[in-house]
Every structure is written in structure tokens, then in C-alpha cells.
Design a protein around this ligand. Structure first.
Ligand code: SAH
Ligand code: SF4
Ligand code: F3S
Length: 441
């Protein structure tokens, strides 16, 4: 039989990237071959995001471009999946007639079945219902040769309903994967040479809530720590309200757990946090940051902030600036509030004008750049453990890797270092990376 090629376009967060990896593994098992060349594809899958309006626009502009390939290849099948597909359902066909099928976030494991039906003539399928159990993929997604790092999904969905956010509507209620399944997957990854795993979920620190047997995130981390061959553990994302003292203590007690936490704060104003339905105050957030830094002084703390939430006054915004000055994040993603259909915040009055949102965003980004630069400069002279990923993009004689705190380090070294952990003395801290000198193996 002729080889069928599949091309996957991914638009979303790390969870979406991981979903695309799973789609690829599943369809390769079915005999498809993955291609990076869309013109060669027999099937094109879109794995989309709907978190902000911009993400939607990006997916549709790429869809408009890629469906043109049907002119030359009428047999090409185009599947529209992921969070935006979940959001729009049938509405996808109104936006783009050339789509052949729509599949939502709970239907990845059903892709072979859906594709078979579409190939056999089923027209305009819309597969967007939610299931009440996690649909197991049933196949192991092996890492690419030489890949050191892998994502591992530990849960899906979200029950938090932050008032601005569409995720609970697009990914369904929170469900945790059984620990045995997760541990088995990580053992297999470690056997394939993976040294670092990033555990994924919208709110990993509430892992286990719906599981029998009393497993929680801390006990899961402890079991992962014991897996031979694995060297580094990371996780994302943590919700501040569910960050327990027990979990904070893991940064001291678990040697494989890397010194980095992404802890989205969203705002420095208690009034805004309340309207966002975040479930913590600025004071409580700051107390957790302080405890993290006491338990683990070298920990890197990164965060997300939204500017221009409906009704955010100049005073609320200033409180966010003040909080940033107080905490000094190692890095920060800041976003302009984007109104999402179906969310509670959509009914709030008092929108912040676009120009003002833009001004606040620019100002926060400049402030964060200053903090990031100061943090990186302060590392000059220190010695960091670097897991070497491979040759640097910018120079043939340089290798690149990451510190335990997730900073990129470039240094002189040979290709034989790829996959090794080395000690590097930092000679220069830039805004987006560090420069260093290897001191031993
Ligand atoms: N589950 C994660 C984040 C998921 S979305 C958490 O709770 O932290 C990633 C980030 O996108 C959020 O932290 C938030 O800062 C931002 N975001 C979500 N909805 C948004 C919206 N409607 N407008 C602007 N930014 C948004
Ligand atoms: Fe969205 Fe809040 Fe859930 Fe994060 S915790 S995914 S921001 S609802
Ligand atoms: Fe991720 Fe976007 Fe969905 S951020 S969970 S792909 S809406």
C-alpha cells in the first residue's frame, strides 16, 4: 500500500504540543508517516488554541493558506482539532468549507477511527463530545532519537473557572491519570534515554483529586524521583491556591526536582484577583513565594500576568507593578486581556481601552526585562549544572543546554557532550541566555 503522509500544525500551549506528539505516535502506529512538508501531505491536522483572540486568528490564517493545497491535491484531507475546534464545533465549516472533519480535545485516541470513516466517505464529521474518563492513547509515544526531554500528561481539564478563561469549557472537568500509568510511561521514556520529564496539567498541584487510593501530587513526585535513569523532573502549571507546604518542601527533599516553578499570579490587585475568581490574595501569594525562597534559595520563579482585565483601574495596575517590584520574577509572560465567549468576565462592564492595555503591557514587559537582566547578571561567576542538548544554533563550536532553573547556557564544547550533564561557570548573563565556560564533566 502507498505510504500516507501526515502533517500536523500546532498552535497552542505545551499541552497542545504534547497532544500533537500523541497524534503523531498514534497515526504512525497506523502506518502513516509524519512529514514536515505540508505540500507532500495526504492528511493535514490542525491542533488549535483558543485562549486569546490572537491564537484563533493565527489558526484560521494558516488554515486559509493550507487548504489551497487541495487545488493541486484534491484527495488531501484536512482535520481541524484542538481547543478552537472544541469551541466552534460545526461552526468551523462556516468559517472554512474545505475542512473535512472537526475533532475536539477528547478525541485524540479516536483519530484512527475518525480518519477511517472520513476516508470511506463520511462527510463533515463533528466529534466534540466530552467523555467522563480519560481516553487512553493505547500506544507509547517514543522520544525522537537523541531526545533528552519529554512531556508527560498527568491530568486533563480544569475545574477552576477563572472568570477570564475558556479552558474549562474546552478541556472539560479535571481528571487525573492513574499513577501506575504515568510511572510506567516515565520508566519507558527513561529506558529510551530521556533524562528530563515535564509533567503537564492545567493545575498539576491538585493532581489526584478524583483518584481513589489517596495518591496526590507530592506522592506522585516521590515515586517519579525513584525512577532509575531519570535525572530531572519539572512540572507545569501550578495554581497558587493549591500550592501546599508539602509540595514546597519537595524542592529541598527531592534531588531530581529542578529549582523552577511557574506560578501564574495574574494580577497584583486583590480586587482584580477576586473578580478573576483566583482564590488567593496578593499577600497569600507573596507568602508562598517567600516560603519557596526560604526552602530553596536558588529557585527560579516565573509567572503570568493579564493586563487590562475589565475594570482594572490605574490603581489596580500600579499594584501589579508594585508586586512585581517586590517579588522580582525570574521571567514573566504578560498578556492583554482578551474577551472569550462563554466566560463570566465577558459580562463584566468597564472594558479597558485597547491603547491603555497596550501601554500597560509594554511597561510591564520593560520592567520584567530589567528584572530578568538583573537576575541573569547576578549569576555571573556562579557554577551551574547544564544538561547539554546539542550544538548551538549560532556557532559551530558552541554547545547549548539548560540549567536546572531553565536558563539557556551556551559554551564552547564538542558534540560528544550532547546528552551529558556538565558544570559550567557563568561568564556573562544576557537577557535571554547565559554564556559560560565548562569546568569539568
Ligand atoms: N492553567 C494555567 C494557565 C492556562 S492559560 C494556569 O491557571 O495558570 C495560560 C495563561 O494565559 C494564563 O495564565 C493567563 O495569564 C493567560 N490567559 C488565559 N485566559 C486569558 C484571556 N482571556 N486573556 C488574556 N490572557 C489569558
Ligand atoms: Fe484557566 Fe484558571 Fe483553569 Fe488556568 S486554572 S486553565 S487560568 S480556569
Ligand atoms: Fe492550551 Fe490554548 Fe487549549 S492554551 S489548553 S491550547 S486554549
Amino acid at each position: 500500500m502507498k505510504t500516507r503522509y501526515i502533517y500536523i500544525a500546532t498552535f497552542g500551549c505545551q499541552m497542545n504540543v504534547h497532544d500533537s506528539e500523541q497524534m503523531a505516535a498514534l497515526l504512525e502506529e497506523e502506518g502513516y508517516r509524519l512529514t514536515q512538508d505540508s505540500a507532500r501531505a495526504d492528511v493535514i491536522l490542525f491542533n488549535t488554541c483558543s485562549i486569546r483572540d490572537k491564537a484563533e486568528q493565527k489558526a484560521f490564517s494558516e488554515l486559509g493558506r493550507l487548504v489551497k493545497l487541495k487545488e493541486k491535491n484534491p484527495g488531501l484531507l484536512v482535520g481541524f482539532g484542538g481547543c478552537l475546534a472544541q469551541h466552534l464545533g460545526e461552526g468551523v465549516y462556516k468559517r472554512e468549507k474545505a475542512v473535512d472533519f472537526v475533532f475536539g480535545t477528547h478525541h485524540i485516541s479516536r483519530l484512527p477511527e475518525i480518519l477511517a470513516a472520513v476516508t470511506n466517505g463520511k462527510k463533515r464529521a463533528v466529534e466534540t463530545c466530552f467523555f467522563s474518563e480519560i481516553q487512553s492513547l493505547g500506544v507509547f509515544a517514543p522520544p525522537a532519537p537523541g531526545e533528552l526531554s519529554a512531556f508527560v500528561s498527568i491530568m486533563q481539564g480544569c475545574d477552576n473557572y477563572c472568570s477570564y478563561c475558556v479552558v474549562p469549557y474546552l478541556r472539560g472537568p479535571e481528571m487525573s491519570r492513574p499513577p501506575e500509568e504515568i510511572l510506567e510511561e516515565i520508566r519507558k521514556l527513561a529506558c529510551c534515554g530521556v533524562k528530563e520529564v515535564t509533567l503537564l496539567g492545567q493545575n498539576v498541584n491538585s493532581y489526584g483529586k478524583n483518584l481513589a487510593g489517596g495518591c496526590n501530587f507530592v506522592s506522585l513526585l516521590k515515586s517519579i524521583e525513584a525512577i532509575q535513569g531519570l535525572e530531572r523532573i519539572r512540572f507545569t502549571t501550578s495554581h497558587p491556591k493549591d500550592l501546599s507546604d508539602d509540595l514546597i518542601d519537595c524542592f529541598r527533599s527531592l534531588s531530581k526536582l529542578c529549582e523552577h516553578i511557574h506560578l501564574p499570579v495574574q494580577s497584583g490587585s486583590n480586587r482584580v484577583l477576586k473578580r478573576m475568581n483566583r482564590g488567593y490574595s496578593v499577600g497569600e501569594y507573596c507568602a508562598k513565594v517567600e516560603r519557596l525562597r526560604t526552602v530553596c534559595p536558588s529557585i527560579s520563579i516565573t509567572s503570568d500576568v493579564i493586563v487590562g482585565f475589565p475594570g482594572e483601574t490605574a490603581k489596580d495596575y500600579q499594584e501589579t507593578v508594585d508586586m512585581m517590584e517586590k517579588i522580582r520574577f525570574d521571567s514573566l509572560f504578560s498578556f492583554k486581556y482578551s474577551e472569550r465567549k462563554g466566560t463570566a468576565a465577558r459580562t463584566f462592564n468597564d472594558p479597558v481601552p485597547e491603547a491603555e492595555k497596550q501601554r500597560r503591557l509594554k511597561e510591564l514587559q520593560a520592567l520584567q526585562d530589567r528584572h530578568t537582566q538583573e537576575k541573569n547578571s547576578a549569576l555571573e561567576g556562579s557554577v551551574q549544572e547544564v544538561l547539554v542538548e546539542g550544538p548551538s544554533k549560532n556557532s559551530d563550536s558552541d554547545m547549548t543546554g539548560r540549567t536546572r532553573a531553565w536558563r539557556i547556557v551556551n559554551f564552547k564544547g564538542g558534540r560528544e557532550l550532547a546528552g551529558k550533564k556538565v558544570k559550567v561557570e557563568i561568564t556573562r548573563g544576557f537577557l535571554h541566555s547565559l554564556r559560560g565556560r565548562m569546568i569539568n564533566r
